[in-house]
Write a protein that binds this ligand. Structure first.
Ligand code: BES
Ligand code: MN
Ligand code: ZN
Length: 513
């Protein structure tokens, strides 16, 4: 993990490989952002003019590297675009700072140390820069650059490029309690987000229900989270027909993992439920080629829940947080559930499985009922649930559905606050009849139109009476296939972790009903 400190040195005296400054897009050209003053001074106050000559505009995502002026100890200056100059000077949007810091950190991969002279005049600005720089300093290299039998004996294999090793935050107050707490929070949060990203990126031949459960057990031990794993035998005994029905086609059996973080003075309990399909082939309703290459990402919801519970524990939040990871591998085989089979869910309800590729709702149904039994104050599930949600909202926005309008609005506001794009979606009652089954209590498929909402309506039936529940369909943003941007890498993104953690923080602070 990349190190991050509040620097006691100034930008001019900091020994580092590079200094990062922010540049915004003004009407007459690039405008330097607060934090860059000492660097600008070394350029005789002409840094904005130099950048303009180099073609910089200050547009979001823009990156300009230039040799440092004499008087600076660092040899290189990296100017990163922040987008339009804010209406009120130094009221930079937190997400713009986070993305700019991430862009700069990515551009500095392979370097040892960089000083970030981005806006840090408020704790919020410093926190955003810290988060962005750490989130951008991520690379998944576990499967690259190993021994190569064909390489000449004396060849130096440097392996894949490693992320920026050290971030020095300039312009903050290194002895101020609030600044120190913000840095501690960013370090814990991003370390857990990166752990979620690693899990998502790990190929499914290495990450299957049992190995995921083992990772959770080890991390729980390390951070004071109680972990219980229900294996296949326990799932049969408990009557978890949904999880078992999805997992039975695979040689790698399913698991239900319970993570419990408790605080002795907590007044509220939150339950987070994650879809953990370690590989979704579709089962007997097999996905065609072109639709299964990235399906190792189908456990992103469980990864997010896992990361959020551990982060809550590391931050010592005054709230109880329980995480439920519904883990299974969806495979076709002689033992697999057939389209037409009827499963008896943990709740007792029967489900006619019309399409084995609608498996997420089956494992989640069981986990939601089990979570409801403990009567939490609220439940949030996170799932890469439907392609329909990706069609509706695109690749960067998750959908929020809920059985309580106020709770849905709160989640949407929280997501906005932490810089995660989301949008509220309805659960129209008329879509329920499409799931009527002649044989069972409900079918696992309904109308094709509004498929994301149909899935949400299915889940709703497995939530206990009177419990506020929200469902986040992260099928779009969970896994990024395009070129990296801002602090978002290729592959697993860690979508929803920041929203869940902020919800836990606000609940701990008593901000939510
Ligand atoms: N895991 C998929 C949804 C998905 C699609 C996640 C794209 C990430 C990216 C889910 O299990 C699935 O296959 N859903 C089906 C449901 C349908 C058969 C009712 C879908 O969306 O096509
Ligand atoms: Mn599926
Ligand atoms: Zn799936």
């Amino acid at each position: 993990m990349t190190a991050l400190t509040l620097s006691t040195a100034g930008a001019a005296t900091l020994r580092a490989d590079a200094l990062v400054v922010g540049v915004a897009k003004g009407v007459k050209g690039p405008v330097l952002a607060p934090g860059s003053e000492a660097v600008d001074k070394a350029f005789d106050g002409k840094l904005a003019a130099v950048l303009a000559t180099l073609g910089a505009t200050g547009a979001e995502g823009e990156l300009t590297k230039l040799p440092a002026a004499s008087g600076l100890k660092a040899p290189v200056v990296v100017a990163v675009g922040l987008g339009p100059v804010p209406d009120k000077e130094d009221a930079y949007d937190a997400e713009a700072l986070r993305r700019a810091a991430g862009t700069a950190a990515r551009a500095l991969s392979g370097s040892k140390k960089a000083g970030f002279a981005l806006p840090a005049g408020s704790v919020e600005d410093a926190a955003a820069v810290a988060e962005g720089a750490l989130l951008g300093s991520y690379a998944f290299t576990a499967y690259q650059g190993g021994e190569n039998k064909l390489a000449p004996k004396d060849a130096k294999d440097s392996g894949p490029k490693q992320p920026l090793a050290e971030v020095a935050l300039l312009g903050g107050k290194p002895r101020d309690k609030a600044y120190k707490a913000a840095v501690e929070r960013a370090l814990a949060l991003v370390e857990e987000i990166n752990r979620a990203r690693d899990l998502i990126n790990t190929p499914p031949n290495d990450l299957y229900p049992e190995s995921f459960a083992a990772v959770a057990t080890a991390a729980g031990k390390e951070h004071g989270v109680k972990v219980q794993v229900l294996d296949e035998k326990a799932l049969v005994k408990g009557g978890f027909g949904g999880i078992l029905g999805v997992g039975q086609g695979s040689a790698n059996g399913p698991r239900l993992v319970k993570l419990a973080y408790t605080h002795p003075k907590a007044e509220k309990t939150l339950a987070f439920v994650g879809k953990g399909i370690t590989y979704d082939s579709g089962g007997i309703s097999l996905k065609p080629a072109g639709h299964n290459e990235t399906m190792k990402c189908d456990m992103s919801g469980a990864a997010a829940v896992f990361a959020a519970v551990v982060t809550a524990a590391r931050l010592g939040l005054k709230v109880n947080v329980t995480g439920w990871l519904a883990l299974a591998e969806n495979m076709p085989s002689g033992n697999a559930t057939r389209p037409g089979d009827v499963l008896r869910m943990y709740s007792g309800k029967t489900v006619e499985v019309l399409n084995t590729d609608a498996e997420g709702r089956l494992v989640l149904g069981d986990a939601l009922t089990r979570a409801s039994e403990e009567k939490p104050d609220a439940i949030v599930d996170v799932a890469t649930l439907t392609g329909a949600m990706v069609l509706a909202l695109g690749n960067r926005t998750f959908g929020i559905m809920a059985n309580d309008d106020a709770f849905r609005t709160s989640i949407h506001e929280i997501a906005e606050e932490v810089g995660e794009a989301s949008w509220p979606m309805p659960l129209p009652a008329d879509l329920r009849k499409g799931m009527d089954s002649p044989t069972a209590d409900i079918a696992n498929m309904g109308e094709r139109m509004g498929g994301g909402l149909v899935a949400g309506l299915f889940l709703k039936e497995f939530v206990g009476e009177g419990i506020a529940w929200a469902h986040l369909d992260i099928a779009g943003p969970a896994f990024h296939e395009g070129a990296p941007y801002g602090y978002t890498p290729k592959g697993g993104t860690g979508s929803a972790v920041r929203t869940l953690v902020r919800l836990a923080e606000r609940t701990a602070d008593g901000d939510l009903g």
